[in-house]
Design a protein around this ligand. Structure first.
Ligand SMILES: C[S@@+](CC[C@H](N)C(=O)[O-])C[C@H]1O[C@@H](n2cnc3c(N)ncnc32)[C@H](O)[C@@H]1O
Length: 393
């Protein structure tokens, strides 16, 4: 019979060890499913991803299905992958739920990121509000492509004091797990605060100071060498959705306040790194909008644009969740997003990284960092193949 423990009492290191021993890693997920980022699997390609791994009884495939694809798995197969009685322990702490016919299902997902693991709310099965005996209904954002893009650009120098604003699962702050002299995080969502603390435990970090509140409010006058932020930034009609989602019509509502706070909370020579979207209205430019954000900042700033699209592009991508209700529901959802953006006069949406350094020189630079795909054929083209074949005697 499983014992019930509160999550703070449960030491999760054994789980991280089991996941590692079972070969559950970011690279294994990428290889098995042929993807780059976890959110490359969505409503439209979840079923084929499950099919790819169907019938594979290896520990790695079992753990990938259970924690990443969120399918039900045989308890005995999961025990084989994670160690005897693992399922009973995980059911006891509220991380697995027993289903019918000897099967179990994950109540939170676990994302493998570099050498770390992150608990977060599920992508495909909906939020299980009492998972891990947590409370709160607002879902915790699973590390996604935006999380990784930000993580990838953060330089790892020295032993800085680090603040992760809008920390969610803690995926940004915990990049500095072994080197920060001080590690702090803030999130508005108490469920995210609880999960970020558990993720610190899962990754063997005992000094992650996570506070619940609105941006800098819980920090008084504290300053940091590094400030990281992946705020909610979607130009979305769903203002009352999850706290991780909407950033006002122009997407920069939270980012603007984050940048304003740099003057007070970034230490001299300190650096800040953020990722966001911004919705541009007719006549607006990235340089003009960014110049307003950084007008009072005593330092230099760099904006690296990553991608730009029309309001229809954003609508097409964001409305995908409605596909579960059918093609008409999707079409209605696309229309809803486009109408919302048109009403707010948003013509285009730019994804970008914002880097700032507090050094007294006020300047701003905007550069294009969108990935380039070089048209360099590695094999002869199809038409070349046909032409060659026809010439052959
Ligand atoms: C897009 S998620 C990012 C989570 C994580 N940092 C990552 O990179 O995956 C945004 C997070 O901001 C939090 N948030 C939204 N508004 C906030 C505010 N005013 N103050 C602090 N956190 C906020 C949400 O609860 C959510 O966890």
């Amino acid at each position: 019979m499983a014992r019930h423990q509160s999550p703070s009492q449960s030491n999760l290191r054994w789980l991280a060890d089991g996941l590692l021993a079972g070969g559950y890693s970011a690279e294994a997920v990428r290889q098995q499913l042929g993807i780059r980022h976890p959110d490359d699997i969505g409503a439209l390609n979840h079923a084929p991803a499950v099919e790819r791994l169907r019938g594979d009884r290896s520990a790695t495939a079992t753990l990938t299905r259970l924690w990443f694809l969120e399918t039900t798995e045989l308890q005995r197969t999961v025990d084989k992958a994670l160690g005897t009685d693992a399922c009973e322990r995980l059911i006891g702490i509220g991380l697995l739920r027993r289903c019918s016919a000897g099967r179990v299902v994950a109540r939170l997902r676990i994302e493998a990121v570099d050498q770390q693991y992150f608990l977060a709310d599920r992508r495909f099965l909906g939020v299980d509000r009492t998972a891990l005996h947590l409370s709160g209904r607002d879902p915790v954002y699973p590390p996604s492509s935006d999380s990784f893009l930000l993580r990838e650009i953060i330089p790892m120098n020295g032993d800085p004091s680090v603040l992760d604003l809008c920390c969610g699962s803690g995926v940004q702050a915990l990049t500095f797990a072994t080197r920060a002299s001080r590690l702090a995080g803030v999130d508005l969502n108490p469920r995210a605060v609880a999960i970020a603390e558990l993720n610190a435990g899962l990754n063997g970090v005992d000094r992650f100071d996570v506070r619940c509140g609105d941006l800098y409010a819980p920090l008084h006058r504290e300053q940091f060498d590094v400030i990281l932020a992946n705020p909610p930034f979607v130009s979305s009609p769903y203002e009352r959705g999850p706290a991780y989602h909407a950033g006002g019509a122009s997407g920069d509502r939270i980012l603007r306040r984050i940048i304003k706070g740099y003057s007070k909370h970034l230490a001299p020579q300190g650096r800040a790194f953020a990722i966001s979207h911004v919705g541009l209205r007719r006549g607006e430019t990235m340089t003009g909008v960014a110049a307003k954000w950084f007008a009072d900042f005593p330092g230099r700033a760099l904006i690296v644009t990553l991608e730009s699209g029309s309001r229809v592009d954003l609508a097409a991508a964001q409305a995908q969740f409605a596909f579960e209700r059918g093609r008409r529901a999707y079409a209605a959802e696309v229309r809803r997003w486009v109408d919302y953006l048109r009403r707010h006069r948003i013509d285009s949406i730019v994804a970008f990284l914002a880097v700032a350094e507090r050094n007294g020189t006020n300047s701003i630079e905007v550069v294009d960092g969108s990935p380039r795909i070089l048209p360099l054929p590695l094999t002869p083209s199809a038409s070349q193949r046909v032409a060659d074949w026809l010439l052959k005697k």
